[in-house]
Design a protein around this ligand. Structure first.
Ligand code: SF4
Ligand code: SF4
Length: 228
């Protein structure tokens, strides 16, 4: 899932400083699961903004609502009326949700209430870790299902660097060296021969280096055109 955390209240206050009517928009999917931008957090942020603006001597009108997913038109189209009634939307969706609101409601002033951080999973209560960097060419089949792109600070493809000591990465004693994890996994599976295959330089054009990416499924487009 997409993992995010809320921006400091002071930063959000500065982003909306010149506005009077504020709508905080929560998102009911990834950011609800990571307790950053769901219905509960939208309500708490709206209350905090109301109270702090009152204490500052310039009370704002702050309301909130939460849609199931900010990243799909069908879920945000129904809030058009509420959007037109306010000066600013504080999106508690990930960066995709913020941009979806800004694109669907071009007249609206939309600001982010979250810092979108990574694609990861909750490894235990209250702890999330990065697992995928959406590189566009998955190599998990060669690495025992453990990603060196997202989990190695140097994104190495052919084993560890010299900073790997006792299974720990040189960047932080709390961070396992991902190549130690890969080695241990492949060894346990009797697949260590995979580590002996030299991986060529990665084609980063499928990742961020190739610019904004796009997937087109012509079969789905044909079905949708036939239905129209
Ligand atoms: S190899 Fe690429 S697509 Fe696969 S998990 Fe790692 S970053 Fe994600
Ligand atoms: S110690 Fe391991 S995880 Fe850390 S940068 Fe080197 S190879 Fe990557």
């Amino acid at each position: 899932m997409i993992v995010a955390e809320q921006k400091p209240l002071q930063e959000i206050k500065e982003l909306i400083a010149e506005t009077q009517k504020v709508l905080v928009v929560g998102c009911g999917t990834c950011v609800t699961v990571c307790f950053a931008g769901g219905e509960k957090e939208a309500g708490i942020l709206a209350t905090s903004l109301r109270m702090t603006s009152k204490l500052d001597g310039a009370p704002k009108e702050v309301t909130d609502l939460t849609v199931q997913r900010q990243c799909e038109w069908e879920y945000i189209d129904p809030i058009g009326e509420q959007v037109r009634e306010v000066d600013v939307l504080v999106s508690l969706g990930c960066g995709i949700g913020v941009q979806a609101l800004a694109e669907r409601f071009p007249e609206a002033f939309v600001v982010p209430g979250l810092n979108t951080t990574f694609l990861g999973l909750p490894i235990e209560q209250g702890i999330w870790e990065e697992r995928c960097a959406a590189c566009g060419e998955c190599i998990l089949g060669l690495t025992g299902g453990i990603c060196p792109i997202a989990r190695c600070a140097k994104q190495l493809l052919n084993g560890p660097c010299g900073g790997s000591q006792n299974g720990v990465c040189e960047i932080n004693p709390d961070t396992p060296c991902v190549w130690q994890l890969i080695y241990d996994k492949l060894k346990a599976q009797d697949r260590l021969h995979l580590m002996l295959e030299i991986q060529p330089p990665k084609d980063w054009s499928t990742s961020r280096d190739g610019g904004p990416r796009k997937i087109t499924r012509e079969d789905l487009r044909l079905v949708s055109e036939e239905a129209e």
